[in-house]
Design a protein around this ligand. Structure first.
Ligand SMILES: Nc1ncnc2c1ncn2[C@@H]1O[C@H](COP(=O)(O)OP(=O)(O)OP(=O)(O)O)[C@@H](O)[C@H]1O
Ligand SMILES: [Zn+2]
Length: 731
C-alpha cells in the first residue's frame, strides 16, 4: 500500500435530510474506497456515513474540515461498487438524500458504529481419550458434565448445557484440563431436494424463454391464479444455479406467503437465505453476510432484500409484482420492483416480474414492447373458478350477508368443504354511534372515526393507532345504547359462530387479519388449522388474498369491494380489481370452486368487465382511461408532501415551491397545494403538491428545482416534507 500524501479528502454520504455529500479529512494511511462505512462528526453528533469517493479538492478551506473519526470497514467496503452505483442512481431517481438512501441499503446492524455483536454459540465435545476418572471424585458436577458430553453423539451447545444445570465455570475448568474442547456446530444434513414437476406446455415455453435470455431481458410472467408461476421460476432458478449463479427472489410481506418460502426451501434445501421483517436484526445480518460471501445460492426476501449484495447474481424474480408492499411508504419511498429491474439492467441479467394481476405499469411496459410477456392461461390443475355477482340492493342482509350467500355457505360446509369470506375491514365495526343523540366516536388526532374492537373492549384509530376504552355511555347524552355501524371481521366472525352453531357443530370459524396474527407464529398456526381440511369458514382481510393455496376452499365470498370502485384516488380501482381477482383465485384450487361477489353496484362497468371478461380486459379499460386523462403510466408523476402543526404552514411551504417552479418556467404541470384526503393525521395537518410531466426528464427538472427550493425554505410548525416519485397513493 503506497504511503498517502496528507491530507487526503473524502466525500461522505451522511444520513441527514440534505441532498448532498460532505467532505472530511481521511485519517488512515490506507486508501479510502467507495462503499466503506465511516464514523464522522456531524454537527454535535457522530453518524455512520458511507464513503462516496476520494475528492481532489474541498469546497471549503481544507484546514476547516473535520476528520473522519473511524473507518468502520477494515477489510472490504460494505457496499460493493455495483451497489454504490445503484444507490447513486436511486437517490437521483427518487430525489432523496443519498446519505439516507445508502443507509437504507445497509442491514440495520451496520447502521450504527458499534461492531455487530454476533452471538456466537459455542459447542463442546469431550476430547479424545478423556475419561471421568481423570477428575477428582469430589468434583461431582464436573464429572457429570464430562459424562454428558461423552455420552452425546454430537457436540452440545453451551446453552443446552446451561439449561441442563451446568455452569460456564465448570466448562472452563474442564477445558483447562484439556478434557473437553470446542467444536463446530453440528449441521443437520439438508433433506433431499424435492423433484421438479413435469412442466405443462405454457410453463415450458416460459422457462425456455427465461433460460434462453442473453444478458438483460425483462419478462412479465402473467399467469392466472394457480397456473404454476412458482414452478416456472423455480425451474428458471435451477438453470441459473447449475451455471454457478445466484438468484434473488422478491416476495411481498413474508407473513402472507409462508408457503412460497417453504416451497423454495424444499426445492433447494440448504441453499436459501431468507430476509424478512419477521426476523431479528441479528438473524437478518447473518443471512445478509451469507449472501455477500456467496455462501448461499438464493436470497428470498421482502422489499429491502433488493439491496442484498450477491456476487454471482444471475436472475431476479419479483413475485406478485403488483403488490403495494414493494413500495416503501415512508422516508425513502422507493419501489423495490423498479429497482430490481434497474439492478438487472446494471448486471446484464434477466428479471422476471410475475403476477396473476400485473400492475398497469407493467402491462403498459409490455404493451410498449419493453417487457416480454409470458402467459399462463390455464390453471395447472382444474379450472379457474366461476365468478357471480350477487345483487344485494334492497335485500335483507344479516350482518351484511345476503341470504343467497348464507345458503351457499351452508351448502359448502355440509359438503365438508371450506368457505373463505373476504372483508377488508378489521375490528368489530368501523364506527361507534350513540343511538339516542347520534354522537360518533372520532379520533382526537385524525380526521377519522375510531374502529370498535369488541374483544379487547376498546376503540382504536386505524390511522394513528390511538386507543381509548370502549365508553359505557355516550359522553354527550349519557345514553347507554350504541349503534355499531357497518361490519368488521370481528363482528362477522361472531355472527357466523352464532349463526352456524346449531347446524354444524364441527365447523370452525377462523379469522385471519392483522389483529388475529399479531403474535409471532400465529399466522402459521392459523394457516395450519385451515390445512387440516375440516369444514371451516375463513374470515379475513387482504392477508387472506395473496399467495395462499388452500386445497379445500371451494367457495369464496367477497363482501366489500364497492368502496374501492368509488374512491376519489384513481389508483383505487386498479387495486380493487387486483384484490378481487387474487381473492377469487383462492377458490377451487384442487376441486371445482365458485366465487360470489356481493355488491350494491352490480351495473358498475369496471366490475362487469372484470367478472365477465377477466382481469386483462379490465386492465386495458383502466389503461385507456388513464391515457385519456393523461395519468400514469402515460405521464410520469410525483407528489411533494408536507405536514405541519397547522394546515396553512404546510400549504405555504408547498405554494413557495410552486412559485419557484412557475417563476423558472419549468415545464410540466403543478397541481395544488391540496389538503390530503385525510387532512389531519396523528395531530398533524397534511397537504401535497402534484407534479406531472409528459416526459421523465421534465419531471426530473421539476423535482430538482423543487428540492433545492424546499431545502432552503424556512420551516415553521415543525414542518416536514418528502418527495414521492411514482406514488401509489394520494394520501
Ligand atoms: N406442471 C405442473 N403439474 C402439476 N401441478 C402443478 C404444475 N405446476 C404447478 N402445479 C401445482 O399447481 C398449484 C398452483 O401452482 P402455483 O402456486 O405455482 O401457482 P401460481 O400461479 O403461483 O398461483 P397464485 O398466483 O395463485 O399464487 C400448486 O399446487 C402446484 O404444485
Ligand atoms: Zn387517529
Amino acid at each position: 500500500m503506497p504511503q498517502l500524501q496528507s491530507p487526503l479528502l473524502v466525500s461522505v454520504a451522511v444520513p441527514c435530510p440534505l441532498r448532498r455529500t460532505f467532505d472530511y479529512r481521511w485519517p488512515s494511511d490506507r486508501h479510502p474506497e467507495p462503499g466503506q462505512r465511516v464514523l464522522v462528526p456531524f454537527g454535535n453528533r457522530r453518524l455512520v456515513g458511507v464513503v462516496v469517493a476520494p475528492c481532489a479538492s474541498a469546497k471549503v478551506d481544507t484546514d476547516k474540515l473535520k476528520s473522519v473519526i473511524e473507518v468502520l470497514d477494515s477489510d472490504r467496503p460494505t457496499l460493493s461498487p455495483a451497489l454504490m452505483e445503484l444507490g447513486r442512481w436511486a437517490a437521483n431517481y427518487y430525489h432523496h438524500p443519498i446519505g439516507e438512501c445508502l443507509q437504507n441499503m445497509l442491514p440495520v446492524r451496520l447502521r450504527s458504529a458499534k461492531p455487530p455483536q454476533t452471538q456466537v454459540t459455542l459447542y463442546w465435545q469431550a476430547s479424545t481419550g478423556a475419561s471421568v476418572d481423570q477428575l477428582s471424585k469430589r468434583a461431582h458436577r464436573q464429572r457429570e458434565l464430562l459424562a454428558t458430553l461423552m455420552a452425546a453423539n454430537a457436540p452440545l451447545s453451551g446453552d443446552t448445557l446451561r439449561e441442563a444445570g451446568f455452569t460456564r465455570q465448570q466448562l472452563r475448568q474442564l477445558a483447562e484440563q484439556n478434557l473437553i474442547e470446542q467444536a463446530s456446530a453440528p449441521s443437520p444434513a439438508p433433506p433431499p431436494p424435492q423433484a421438479p414437476l413435469a412442466l405443462r406446455d405454457e410453463q415450458r415455453s416460459a422457462v425456455e424463454a427465461i433460460n434462453g435470455a442473453q444478458g438483460f431481458a425483462r419478462f412479465l410472467l402473467e399467469g392466472v391464479t394457480g397456473s404454476g408461476k412458482t414452478e416456472v421460476y423455480l425451474q428458471a432458478i435451477a438453470a441459473q444455479l447449475e451455471q454457478g449463479k445466484q438468484a434473488l427472489v422478491l416476495i411481498p410481506e413474508i407473513g402472507l406467503t409462508p408457503q412460497t418460502l417453504s416451497r423454495v426451501e424444499s426445492r433447494f434445501p440448504g441453499r436459501v437465505a431468507s430476509l424478512h421483517s419477521g426476523m431479528g436484526d441479528s438473524e437478518r445480518y447473518q443471512n445478509w453476510q451469507r449472501a455477500q460471501n456467496g455462501d448461499c445460492d438464493i436470497v428470498l426476501g421482502t422489499r429491502s432484500a433488493v439491496f442484498v449484495d450477491l456476487p454471482r447474481l444471475g436472475l431476479i424474480i419479483v413475485d406478485e409484482e403488483h403488490d403495494a408492499s414493494y413500495k416503501q411508504q415512508e422516508g425513502w419511498r422507493y419501489s423495490a420492483r423498479d429497482i430490481a429491474v434497474k439492478r438487472a439492467a446494471d448486471l446484464d441479467c434477466p428479471v422476471v416480474l410475475a403476477s396473476a394481476t400485473p400492475s398497469l405499469d407493467s402491462l403498459h411496459n409490455a404493451n410498449l414492447g419493453r417487457y416480454q410477456t409470458l402467459q399462463l392461461t390455464r390453471r395447472a390443475a382444474g379450472d379457474s373458478p366461476h365468478l357471480t355477482l350477487v345483487d344485494a340492493r334492497q335485500r335483507p342482509l344479516k350482518e351484511g350477508l345476503d341470504e343467497v350467500l348464507l345458503k351457499h355457505i351452508a351448502d359448502t360446509l355440509a359438503a365438508g368443504e371450506q368457505v373463505l369470506l373476504f372483508l377488508n375491514r378489521r375490528g368489530y365495526a368501523p364506527q361507534l354511534q350513540c343511538h339516542s343523540c347520534g354522537w360518533v366516536a372520532d379520533c382526537h388526532a385524525c380526521d377519522a372515526r375510531m374502529t370498535v374492537h369488541f374483544r379487547q373492549r376498546h376503540l382504536r384509530c386505524h390511522h394513528c393507532d390511538a386507543i381509548r376504552p370502549l365508553p359505557d355511555h355516550c359522553p354527550d347524552c349519557h345514553n347507554h345504547q350504541w349503534l355499531f355501524d357497518g361490519p368488521g371481521t370481528e363482528k362477522l366472525e361472531l355472527f357466523l359462530r352464532h349463526h352456524f352453531a346449531d347446524t354444524l357443530a364441527s365447523t370452525e370459524v377462523i379469522r385471519i387479519d392483522r389483529d388475529s396474527t399479531s403474535q409471532k407464529g400465529s399466522m402459521a398456526r392459523l394457516v395450519d388449522r385451515v390445512h387440516e381440511g375440516k369444514p371451516a369458514i375463513l374470515v379475513g382481510t387482504q392477508m387472506l388474498a395473496k399467495g395462499h393455496h388452500f386445497p379445500d376452499v371451494t367457495l369464496v365470498g367477497i363482501l366489500d369491494i364497492d368502496a374501492g370502485l368509488f374512491s376519489p384516488d384513481y389508483r383505487a380501482a386498479e387495486r380493487s380489481g387486483q384484490l378481487l381477482v387474487q381473492v377469487a383465485g383462492r377458490a377451487g384450487r384442487e376441486r371445482p370452486g365458485r366465487v360470489l361477489i356481493q355488491t350494491h353496484c352490480p351495473e358498475h362497468p369496471a366490475l362487469l368487465t372484470l367478472v365477465q371478461q377477466g382481469y386483462r380486459a379490465f386492465a386495458s379499460q383502466q389503461l385507456s382511461e388513464r391515457k385519456l386523462l393523461g395519468l400514469p403510466p402515460y405521464a410520469p408523476c410525483a407528489l411533494i408532501r408536507a405536514d405541519a402543526a397547522r394546515l396553512d404552514q404546510a400549504e405555504a411551504f408547498l405554494s413557495a415551491i410552486k412559485t419557484a417552479l412557475v417563476d423558472q418556467g419549468i415545464g410540466g404541470q403543478c397541481i395544488g397545494p391540496l389538503p390530503a384526503p385525510m387532512t389531519r393525521r396523528a395531530g398533524r395537518y397534511r397537504a401535497s403538491l402534484i407534479l406531472q410531466a409528459t416526459r421523465r426528464g421534465e419531471l426530473h427538472r421539476q423535482l430538482t428545482l423543487a428540492c433545492t427550493t424546499g431545502e432552503q425554505l424556512k420551516k415553521t410548525g415543525g414542518l416536514r416534507w418528502s418527495v414521492d416519485v411514482d406514488p401509489i397513493e394520494a394520501s
